[in-house]
Design a protein. Structure first.
Length: 353
């Protein structure tokens, strides 16, 4: 009887091993099996098996209205990682917000007049702000402490921008000039002259070789970053140029003007590509989406418009602000858009298709 039970047990074990297959193979045996399969695939000319990489979760942004400034909000900028939104105002302050949930992080104070523009360094460690107190201030983005103040402009500073490598800051002023500064020590590098009226906007090309500036003299000027020489002047707007920006690939320049239009230009030769018409009053700001497929424009008509780059068609209009839209900025992944308005608020929009 006992011998029969032993034989039956052995028989059942053999059946379990034969039928259980991979369920009874340990992790080491599975690795060996994968290696063997890969070797067979290589012999057969097929691609070896590769483990699947987990997908990064899509970043979630706050959607709604940010309140706290007590006067016009003039500019907004996302940190390079998209976690922080900076806004500045004619209440003389910069406010930092958690871009994920809209909570206020801290307020940066020190300017003695309107703060007109704000920008993050490419590595996200520094914030630059330009003000109607004629100065540029640099701030530690992590703790909000003041690093240094750049002085030299003789009138209001309307725009600031970091070079792509973060080594240089450009500032545009009502004194009709653009100044270049060393980010590390704050020293003045050179002054770009040529505009005959206020300079409202300044930006670097993605490769850092060219600077574009927009002016009340109705022109866009392109400059060589390395030596400050004037490259060419783009003409066509019939009113002040409030905003200029390069496409992410550097091939196109967009400009917003008091003539109520957005113009697109070939960055290499300065030729006019097309004009985007739809706003009913001056266009104060333009921005490209990170993938280069869309332009956002903000206007004194209280709206933000989104445009298709490839053919210039209007995609949609974002409404909700109750006063001028002064500035717009896309999040680094292009899923969100922030807008700054003279209604004292910042609005966050979901702009995914």
């Amino acid at each position: 009887m006992k011998r029969s039970l032993v034989i039956l047990s052995l028989f059942l074990c053999i059946i379990m091993v034969a039928c259980g297959g991979d369920d009874n193979v340990d992790s080491t045996d599975k690795d060996h099996q994968m290696m063997a399969n890969n070797m067979d695939n290589q012999k057969n000319g097929t691609k070896p098996e590769e483990p699947e990489e987990p997908e990064e979760p899509e970043k979630v942004y706050f959607v709604g209205t940010l309140t706290g400034h007590t006067d016009f909000v003039t500019s907004v900028a996302f940190s390079p990682d998209g976690s922080i939104l900076a806004s500045c105002s004619s209440d003389n302050t910069i406010r930092l917000w958690n871009a994920n949930d809209g909570t206020h992080i801290r307020t940066l104070t020190g300017h003695t007049d309107w703060v007109r523009n704000v920008a993050f360094s490419p590595d996200g460690s520094i914030i630059a702000s330009g003000s109607r107190d004629n100065t540029i201030r640099l701030w530690n983005a992590n703790n909000g402490t003041h690093i240094r103040t750049l002085t030299g402009h003789t009138h209001w500073v309307y725009s600031v921008a970091f070079s792509p490598d973060g080594s240089t800051i450009a500032s545009a002023s009502v004194d009709n000039t653009i100044r270049l500064w060393n980010t590390n020590n704050g020293t003045h590098i050179r002054t770009l002259t040529g505009h005959t009226d206020w300079v409202y906007s300044v930006t670097f090309s993605p490769d850092g070789s060219t600077i574009a500036s927009g002016s009340v003299d109705r022109t866009i000027r392109l400059w060589n970053t390395s030596d400050g020489t004037h490259i060419q002047t783009l003409t066509g707007h019939t009113h002040w140029v409030y905003s200029v920006t390069f496409s992410p690939d550097g091939s196109t320049i967009a400009s917003g003007s008091g003539d109520n239009t957005v113009r697109m230009w070939n960055a290499s030769d300065g030729t006019h590509i097309r004009t985007l018409i739809g706003h009913t009053i001056f266009v104060t700001t333009v921005a490209f989406s990170p993938d280069g497929s869309t332009i956002a424009s903000g206007s004194g008509d209280d709206t933000v418009r989104l445009w298709n780059i490839s053919d210039g068609t209007h995609i949609r209009t974002l409404t909700g602000h109750t006063n001028y839209v002064n500035n717009v900025a896309f999040s680094p992944d292009g899923n969100a858009l922030a807008s700054a308005s003279s209604d004292n608020t910042v609005r966050m929009w979901d702009v995914r298709e």
